[in-house]
Design a protein around this ligand. Structure first.
Ligand SMILES: [Fe+2]
Ligand SMILES: [Fe+2]
Length: 623
């Protein structure tokens, strides 16, 4: 500490490290030097200074020398980040980073990892992770050589009786391991290939012999060869699972851009998870949310074979790996569930699914865990690794944002719809003849649009257009609009201005602009004899053609102050008689089918349902 204080203002940072556990005294000294006595080290977290705790305690209690062994278990990484002013070199902030790694670091590494053991005169490849194992089997398959050994020169000379290698096999290995694709560096000068026969094991080996006898250099070279082979395979897209960040972010981003609905089959979360399952090359995936009331986890999305079945499962607080993720707020990479105590088998028993491996990451909104996102059972030879974890964490962030946005969107949509409905009601109550007209036209329009296969966003837009189609009638004098008898020619001309006025009213409202053509043309006729623009056939926007059918049908069947509405069968016949002249024949047919299926048997009920809602509003307004 004296040393650190002595260097204050002379250097930017003094970072000490000695014990395994960091001494949290990070601070900025008065002269602008960042200081910490002990940044901590990296290694097994449950230990005494990196040593197996039991052994140290034993020695402490007995005061007898004990054999110490390095601790194993979940490792922790300790570090500090120092913010330094570029101009003055003075530090202005220091903070500690501490990350507990989940699972076995070697096993979950996204890079090839392995250790070599020099056992007497035999070099053994030890602790290969799944990436390294994959590369070994790739080499064997590609070269048709079952036994590939990596041998250090001295070992080679003592154990081998060598003969010449077959030229063909040599070429194949050269092809695979010749140069580093990133640096273009030739590996070949550092090793050569020979065959040998193990004295104890008479099988023929092809060996890659390194021109070194130093273990450190040997290991480094070996790792370098594996890495270079791996990056070559990834570049050539030879690996089934590509881990291509861009492709997944593209897929997910595309969904976010085009999908508004959050839940359901076509909902955003479902689409994000479908893309994730595909790009992560796994069998299935799921999203769980926390039930605020019971603190249980329930499934909102299940992609894959047992996707529907899993939705019947609820996890109690702290149960399973997902429960652990919620409690700790940390992610879990589990390359092998059978070796993980946290794994909860009951969910698998219920769904008859066999979860072999998984990654689970927390879904966080405003720093709070709101759910868990999981991918299950990696396909192919390479197990789930830390690279997948980082990808999934990025996806979870996107999903959490989408959930936040969708909640906001739902609320805005609700407010927007209510406003439009109040407006439509106010308008309908102005026109004494047409109680509930707009709502009924909207209901028929939604039915037709859905039947015609429009997507939910298009249907919802059209519904708003239908609710507002006659809004222009607000601009027409009551004496004309509410006149009980026949209209004069001039009066009728004034009524005919309402679609244009509707358009003008909506023009200043940005998000309603796209609906204007549909509303403006709802009185056009299919044969071109309508108003205001005499459009015909396909020139009339599809939405306007739909509303025209719904509008006329409702106008005919509605009761008016001075007459009962026509019976639906008569109105239907009217539509058919004018099909092809006034109306789009296709839409008439679709509407009649829907009517017979859905409204025929309870028509009076439907008519009065909308009218009564409007009456409440009218009473409220004191009209
Ligand atoms: Fe109209
Ligand atoms: Fe109308």
């Amino acid at each position: 500490m004296a040393f650190g204080n002595y260097l204050d203002s002379r250097v930017s940072a003094v970072v000490g490290t000695h014990t395994h556990v960091a001494t949290s005294d990070e601070k900025i000294l008065s002269g602008g030097t960042a200081y910490i006595t002990d940044v901590g080290m990296t290694g097994a977290a449950d230990s005494i200074a990196g040593v197996d705790a039991e052994m140290v305690i034993k020695q402490y209690l007995t005061m007898k020398p004990t054999m110490w062994k390095g601790a194993v278990g979940e490792p922790e990484i300790n570090a500090v980040v120092v913010d330094i002013d570029e101009k003055t070199g003075k530090a202005y902030d220091i903070f500690r980073l501490k990350r507990r790694l989940t699972g076995n670091v070697i096993q979950i590494s996204a890079e090839p990892r392995l250790f070599t053991k020099f056992l007497g005169n035999v070099v053994r490849l030890d602790s290969l992770n799944s990436v390294a194992r994959y590369l070994m089997s790739y080499l064997q398959k590609k070269t048709n050589i079952k036994n590939i050994a990596f041998i250090e020169r001295d070992c080679y000379q003592t154990i081998a009786r060598y003969s010449s290698i077959e030229p063909e096999a040599l070429e194949k290995i050269k092809e695979e391991l010749h140069t580093d694709p990133e640096t273009g560096k030739r590996f070949f000068k550092d090793y050569f290939i020979m065959t040998y026969r193990d004295i104890e094991n008479p099988e023929l080996y092809y060996s890659i012999v390194f021109k070194t006898n130093r273990k450190v250099k040997f290991d480094k070279m070996l790792i370098e060869i594996f890495r270079s082979l791996y990056s070559k395979l990834r570049k050539e897209k030879l690996l089934i699972q590509t881990n291509d960040e861009l492709s997944i972010l593209y897929e997910v981003g595309k969904e976010i851009a085009t999908t508004i609905e959050l839940h359901g089959e076509d909902g955003l979360i479902n689409k994000i998870m479908e893309a994730t399952t595909k790009v992560m090359n796994c069998e299935s995936s799921s999203v769980m949310m926390i039930d605020e009331r019971t603190q249980e986890l329930y499934f909102i999305v299940g992609i894959g074979e047992k996707g529907d079945k899993i939705k019947e499962v609820r996890l109690k607080k702290g149960q399973g790996i997902a429960g652990w993720v919620v409690e700790t707020g940390r992610a879990a990479v589990v390359p092998d569930t059978s070796k993980d105590k946290r794994f909860f088998k009951d969910a698998d028993d219920h769904t008859k699914y066999n979860t072999r491996s998984l990654i689970a990451v927390p879904l966080k909104s405003k720093g709070k865990v709101i759910g868990v996102l999981e991918v299950l059972n990696r396909k192919g030879e390479i197990l789930f690794n830390e690279h997948d974890l980082y990808m999934l964490e990025a996806i979870a962030q996107q999903a959490a944002n989408a959930i936040d946005n969708a909640k906001l969107y739902d609320r805005i949509k609700f407010l927007y719809r209510s406003t439009v409905e109040v407006l439509a009601n106010a308008m309908d109550s102005k026109d004494a003849y047409t109680h509930g007209h707009s709502r009924r036209v909207a209901a028929y329009t939604v039915d037709i649009a859905t039947e015609m296969g429009m997507n939910p966003v298009q249907v919802s837009d059209l519904e708003i257009a239908a609710l507002l189609h006659d809004i222009g009638k607000i601009g027409i004098r009551d004496s004309i609009l509410c006149k009980p008898g026949r209209l004069t020619h001039d009066e009728y001309d004034i009524i005919k201005t309402h679609p244009v006025i509707s358009g003008k009213i909506l023009e200043p409202v940005d998000f309603l602009k796209s609906l204007i053509p549909v509303i403006r043309h709802h009185h056009e006729r299919f044969d071109g004899a309508g108003y205001p623009d005499n459009l015909s056939g396909d020139k009339i926007p599809l939405g306007a053609r739909i509303i025209a059918v719904a509008d006329t049908f409702d106008a005919m069947t509605s009761d008016r102050a001075y007459r009962k509405g026509l019976p639906p069968d008569v109105a239907k016949q009217e539509l058919l008689d004018n099909s092809g002249t006034q109306f789009d024949p296709n839409i008439v047919q679709i509407f009649i089918d829907i009517f017979d299926r859905k409204y025929k048997d309870n028509f009076e009920e439907i008519k009065s349902k909308f009218a009564s809602q409007e009456k409440i509003l009218k009473d409220f307004l004191g009209q």
